[in-house]
Design a binder for this molecule. Structure first.
Ligand code: OAD
Length: 249
């Protein structure tokens, strides 16, 4: 997108907002080649449904299998790189915070690509696949022995370690959720990027921002339930639209 593609009112709003919040979903990582949750099943894992692996019940029934599935997905995430959409969001944060604005990036993705691209104030609503925690106590563990027992054990209490992601049937991390709601409530500009807006509670965040009179900008090549109520709908890929926008901010 070139400069003329962005309404001047949109550019003015982003430049002058004291608080900006961004919500991202799987679409922002699509151009990095990260398969979405449901696309991710190939080879050995084809016969399993993600919904049947990403639960605490599945882990208790067959901890080794669930651990190995996540180890495989972690490997795939480590093999890819942040794309121009991730980089543009990190640049937007840098530009706006240097000018004194507050910037919060809320993501539903567990791939850690925003941080690898340089984003700093990141709220992870669904956890991070590169982190593990104690199954019993929920304490995050930074290093574990990958060559010993599988799943590896918590160095503090000996319980099994599990990925630090939100499984089906689990609540979202409360601190992350509070920060996300606060950012959506207080912002003057809210971006919804690469998310279908179908999964709650993330999907309610742009609605909350709209209710507080924020300007809501959607970036998505497809229409979503948000499109008709967004202040601006930029129909395109995040890796193409966002670098163009950052260039004029
Ligand atoms: P979805 O897979 O539901 O939606 C992806 C969205 O990205 C769609 O609206 C696509 O049109 C859009 N999209 C595709 N390519 C894009 C691109 N290059 N640039 C911009 N947008 C693009 O993903 P999420 O909305 O993230 O939850 O799904 C939310 C949650 O549902 C996930 O975090 C996961 C899943 O169940 C948990 O695992 C807890």
């Amino acid at each position: 997108m070139n400069r003329e593609s962005f309404p001047s009112e949109l550019i003015k709003a982003v430049r002058s907002a004291e608080r900006v919040a961004v919500l991202t979903g799987a679409g922002v990582s699509a151009e990095s080649g990260v398969p979405t949750f449901r696309e991710a099943q190939t080879g050995l894992w084809l016969k399993y449904k993600p919904e049947e692996l990403a639960t605490a019940e599945a882990f208790l029934r067959d901890p080794l299998m669930v651990w190995e599935w996540y180890a495989w997905r972690r490997g795939r995430v480590e093999d890819v790189q942040p794309n121009p959409g991730h980089v543009a969001l990190a640049q937007l944060e840098k530009i706006l915070t240097e000018r004194g604005s507050n910037f919060t990036l809320i993501t539903q993705n567990v791939d850690g690509l925003h941080q690898r691209a340089g984003s700093r104030n990141v709220v992870e609503l669904h956890g991070n696949i590169r982190r593990v925690k104690c199954f019993d106590e929920g304490i995050v563990v930074n290093t574990w022995d990958d060559d010993g027992e599988r799943p590896p054990r918590c160095p503090h209490c000996g319980a099994m370690l599990r990925p630090d992601v939100v499984w089906f049937g689990e609540n979202l991390p409360i601190h992350a959720l509070q920060k996300a709601y606060q950012a959506a409530e207080l912002c003057g500009v809210f971006f919804s990027v690469g998310t279908s807006g179908l999964v709650q509670p993330a999907a309610s965040l742009p609605m909350l921002a709209l209710a507080q009179q924020a300007i809501v900008i959607e970036v998505n090549p497809q229409e979503t339930p948000l499109t008709s109520s967004a202040t601006y709908a930029l129909m395109g890929k995040s890796g193409e639209v966002l670098p163009g926008l950052v260039a004029v901010i």
